[in-house]
Design a protein around this ligand. Structure first.
Ligand SMILES: [Zn+2]
Length: 164
């Protein structure tokens, strides 16, 4: 493991932090692993059409993980119905598991949210969410994969199993 690649991430099922490494893959490797729809959103900063995603209305319990690498991102308890057509969360499982960047594409100043481990594009964060923090993590279903704690999480290929 390259020491520069070491990350401390939060395991939302176990409630502990653990050391792992940043995931580096080439574009063609991602294309092999992911469905075209997941690739377009998660690797090319696309946005799924509103109300199209499988998690928009989902109220199952679990942990929403990165569709590309399985990093835990959001608890189902922090999901709320924003009415926007995209799954929305009030906070991540840990600020350690995500990265935020200023995004000025399409003539808008927005804050992009990425998976810290594999840099997947997840969506954007806005300040019109519920109290107390007002944050609304507006995510693409295609960038997420709902996992139930206690079940085996495949390291890759999650998107193909979930979104096909
Ligand atoms: Zn990831």
């Amino acid at each position: 493991m390259n020491p520069d690649d070491v990350l401390e991430l939060f395991d939302a099922c176990a409630g502990v932090t653990f050391s792992t490494a940043i995931i580096h893959r080439t574009e063609s490797e991602w294309q092999e692993i992911l469905t075209p729809a997941v690739y377009r959103v998660a690797r090319k900063a696309g946005t799924e059409p509103p109300f199209s995603g499988i998690y928009t209305k989902c109220d199952k319990e679990g942990v929403y993980a990165c569709a590309c690498c399985g990093t835990h991102l959001f608890f189902s308890q922090d999901k709320f119905d924003s009415g926007t057509g995209w799954p929305s969360f009030s906070r991540p499982v840990s600020p350690d598991n995500i990265e935020v960047h200023q995004d000025s594409s399409y003539g808008m100043m927005r804050t992009e949210v990425l998976c810290r481990r594999c840099k997947a594009h997840l969506g954007h964060v806005f300040d019109d969410g519920p109290l107390p923090d007002r944050t609304r993590y507006c995510m693409n279903s295609l960038s997420l994969s709902l996992v139930v704690c206690g079940t085996e999480i495949p390291d890759t290929n999650m998107a193909k199993s979930v979104h096909e």
